[in-house]
Design a binder for this molecule. Structure first.
Ligand code: HEC
Length: 86
């Protein structure tokens, strides 16, 4: 992948999220949910950050549809200061 012109946050996404949610954030249908325009991404920021730092498992609702899966926690992202998103 050519990372020229890609922002730090996008690099963070490629490194830590895209293996599951895919490079375009669309997910894989059954196993990993989309991130595009979901109420988790666009909704309450505290809830979103909690998902990233603590992970998420069990059945959740994404834009009105039930989804059951397991996302590992990413608490180590707190230590990556240059991203300054937490
Ligand atoms: C190992 C695979 C995996 C990785 C890596 C991963 N996720 Fe997830 N993510 C999931 C799964 C599976 C769910 C659904 C969890 C559930 O069903 O309770 C989820 C749910 C979510 C949700 C809430 C639901 C939605 O679709 O909006 C958000 C937001 C999210 N992930 C963001 C991220 C971000 C940002 C990263 C990178 C820091 C990331 N995830 C890394 C697998 C992953």
């Amino acid at each position: 992948m050519n990372l020229a012109g890609v922002s730090e946050v996008q690099k963070m996404y490629y490194a830590h999220c895209s293996q599951c949610h895919q490079e375009d954030g669309q997910g894989t249908g059954g196993r990993f949910p989309t991130l595009v325009g979901t109420d988790w991404v666009l909704g309450d920021e505290t809830r979103l950050i909690t998902v990233l730092l603590q992970g998420l498992e069990g059945t959740i609702e994404i834009n009105g549809e039930p989804f059951t899966g397991f996302m590992p926690q990413h608490s180590y992202l707190k230590k990556i200061k240059k991203f300054q998103i937490f």
